[in-house]
Design a protein around this ligand. Structure first.
Ligand code: EPU
Length: 355
């Protein structure tokens, strides 16, 4: 069956930063065969192809030429159990499923493991790209393997968690595989409740849970309450969550900064000799918490989040972010890296593509 994309589709309301954006053509795909048709169409028509999930961590330009492929949830349950063991199960989830819905559904089914990642916007397929993480857990710790549809080879490969080269807010899908394919399904290992592996040591979470009996549902409820108390809901106040990564500093640079600012908050970076700093603190110390220019502002409760109060363009957003980066660099000599990803055309294997 041939693909019949929609023409000239306004994606302003479909990206969480509400950046004005129009797609020349749009195909909604929820299965591998639909993705294959979209690829075939783009190759036949010699069109660039751009992949979007929930567009909750994406910097959308005013116009996207060619074909935009939006990954959506297939009909039916959000996940299926594909392996059962005495205390664990492996579930399979399609890429287009809402991550937050998956967490709600697994917790409601008595499965633990994803509760710390409650209420994170976006799709399941996008989760490995930035290795979503919150309140002490990263996706990398739960992923068994994923299915990756390679545009150029037109074939699906299975990749283990090690193959994905996960790091803090990083993976191979942001590096050598950027634009090379689409994640079509994840397999995650979860525990049957009651589980022995609850993670509740992140300080605000530990405080919220003090005295209560641990369960996936209790942790999910506490995480949800904390997120709602400090992170703006993109549906009400457009944003892409943390706009910058928390910077990782080598010991020499970190020690010099700590000598100058003894109150500098810091965390282990997960690799020896490195330290992680909260970008929110650096931004706040520059006097930029709640800073506004035009339609843009850093959020008044969490300055790491940039909000679009209506009508800001991508160019204005990047200029605003650049001014924040410049202020932090001038005061602390620390570079902030932008976390949301630009839209980029896929490498379909046509003339001019790098291999
Ligand atoms: N802080 C300030 N001022 C503020 C807010 C925070 O100085 O207004 C400092 C404090 O020192 C605080 C520290 O920043 O202790 C950490 O703040 P928070 O717990 O809010 O976490 P974060 O480091 O700002 C990261 C993730 C979030 C995730 C939380 C919880 C990144 C880039 N962001 O934020 O992820 O929800 O930890 O684990 O790593 C996202 O990626 O979109 C996201 C929201």
């Amino acid at each position: 069956m041939g693909l019949e994309p929609q023409q000239q589709v306004d994606l302003t309301a479909a990206n969480s930063l509400a950046l004005p954006c129009r797609a020349a053509q749009l195909a909604r795909c929820s299965t591998l065969s639909e993705l294959r048709s979209a690829r075939h169409y783009a190759v036949q028509q010699r069109l660039p192809l751009t992949l979007l999930g929930g567009a909750t961590n994406t910097l959308c330009p005013p116009a996207i030429d060619g074909l935009v492929v939006k990954i959506e949830a297939p009909a039916g349950d959000s996940f299926s159990v594909v392996e059962e063991h005495s205390s664990t199960v492996v579930i399979e989830v399609a890429a287009g499923v809402s991550w937050a819905q998956l967490v709600t559904d697994t917790v409601a089914t008595g499965l633990a493991g994803l509760e710390n990642l409650a209420l994170i916007p976006g799709t399941v397929g996008a989760a490995p790209v930035q290795n979503i993480g919150a309140y002490g857990v990263e996706l990398a710790e739960r992923l068994v393997e994923l299915s990756f549809y390679h545009w150029q080879r037109d074939s699906v490969t299975t990749m283990s968690a090690a193959d994905c080269q996960f790091g803090y807010r990083d993976s191979i899908f942001k590096q050598s595989l950027a634009g090379r394919g689409a994640i079509v399904a994840l397999r995650l290992r979860l525990w049957r409740e009651p589980a022995a592996h609850y993670r509740s040591d992140y300080p605000p979470l530990a405080a919220a849970l003090a005295g209560s009996e641990l369960s996936a549902a209790a942790i999910a409820a506490a995480v949800t309450a904390i997120r709602q108390s400090k992170l703006p809901d993109p549906a009400q106040l457009p944003n892409a969550g943390s706009f910058f990564k928390n910077p990782l500093l080598p010991s020499s640079q970190f020690n010099a900064l700590l000598a100058a600012y003894p109150v500098l908050p810091h965390y282990p970076a997960g690799r020896p000799g490195w330290h992680k700093l909260p970008a929110a603190w650096l931004i706040e110390q520059c006097g930029l918490k709640g800073w506004q220019r035009g339609a843009l502002a850093t959020h008044h409760r969490q300055p790491l989040v940039i909000v679009n109060r209506g009508g800001a363009s991508l160019a204005e957003l990047l200029a605003f972010a650049d001014d924040i980066r410049a202020a932090v660099a001038a005061k602390f000599a620390v570079d902030l890296e932008i976390e949301p990803q630009p839209c980029r055309a896929a490498a379909l294997g046509g003339i001019g593509d790098a291999v």
